[in-house]
Design a binder for this molecule. Structure first.
Ligand SMILES: N[C@@H](CCC(=O)N[C@@H](CS)C(=O)NCC(=O)O)C(=O)O
Length: 237
């Protein structure tokens, strides 16, 4: 096991605003947005939805009909998870997850492009192989492994992907690695990516991840608003 820093600290920020986040618990795009919002300390009204019955209120502001969607107090709508992650860091970034250096931002962006592009495409084909029978499941797994090899190399240089401390790339990527790993856990656990396994385990065990994965009631106009994250002892990184 790598020796990572303790992940507990107390944030005392009071809530400053309540933008509305539409989210689906198991969606990796929504997970990355919730994690960055969590670490920013900004509280949002969290509306947990089901993909098979999206609320009209969400479709009206975002006809694109994907989650996550963040509706700001001035009415602006962010409907891409990466925009929501950047927005969260711009509000408050005590952990420096979105460093100011241009070269770091370029590296983060390149890694997220690869995640959302070729890796996600391989992940979908591997996970839902019955819909993509033109190639074998192993073929798609090997396509996904191209990214794993890259991540494993990065983790040989530092404890996190781009430095000794985590950044938006770590947070934006691990929900997708988790999904890939869960598609065949015994394969992943025995695959030759010890640093990646360790890194994934770190995130899965992180208090922030446990917090953002808590089951919340499905939102409707009738339910009481859920403010999220709850203000409490927050995990640091
Ligand atoms: N590019 C979008 C992709 C979001 C996305 O595809 N989310 C999925 C859930 S994981 C979704 O909402 N799909 C619509 C549906 O299944 O109806 C983002 O980064 O936010």
């Amino acid at each position: 096991m790598i020796n990572l820093p303790s992940n507990k600290t107390t944030l005392t920020d009071e809530p400053r605003s309540h933008p509305v986040l539409y989210s689906f618990r198991r969606c990796p795009y929504a997970m990355r947005a919730r994690m960055m919002i969590y670490f920013s300390g900004v509280q949002v009204e969290h509306r947990d939805i089901l993909l098979k019955s999206k609320p009209q209120e969400m479709l009206e502001v975002s006809p694109k009909a994907t989650v996550p969607v963040l509706v700001l107090e001035n009415g602006d709508v962010l409907e891409e998870s990466r925009d929501i992650m950047v927005w969260a860091a711009q509000q408050n970034d005590p952990m420096h997850l979105y460093p100011e250096q241009e070269d770091m931002r370029t590296m983060i962006s390149d890694l997220l492009d690869e995640t959302d592009g070729p890796f996600k495409s391989a992940l979908d084909r591997y996970k839902y192989h019955v819909r993509f029978l033109e190639n074998s499941r192993e073929h798609y797994r090997e396509e996904g492994e191209i990214f794993f090899v890259k991540l494993e190399k990065l983790l040989a240089n530092n404890q996190f992907l781009l430095s000794e401390s985590p950044c938006m790339a770590d947070i934006g990527i691990f929900p997708f690695v988790r999904q890939f790993a869960n598609s065949d856990r015994s394969w992943f656990d025995n695959a030759p990516y010890p640093r990646l396994q360790n890194w994934l385990e770190y995130w899965l065990e992180h208090n922030a991840f446990k917090h953002i994965m808590k089951k919340l009631p499905q939102w409707s106009q009738e339910t009481d608003p859920v403010y999220y994250p709850e203000l409490e002892v927050r995990p640091n990184i």
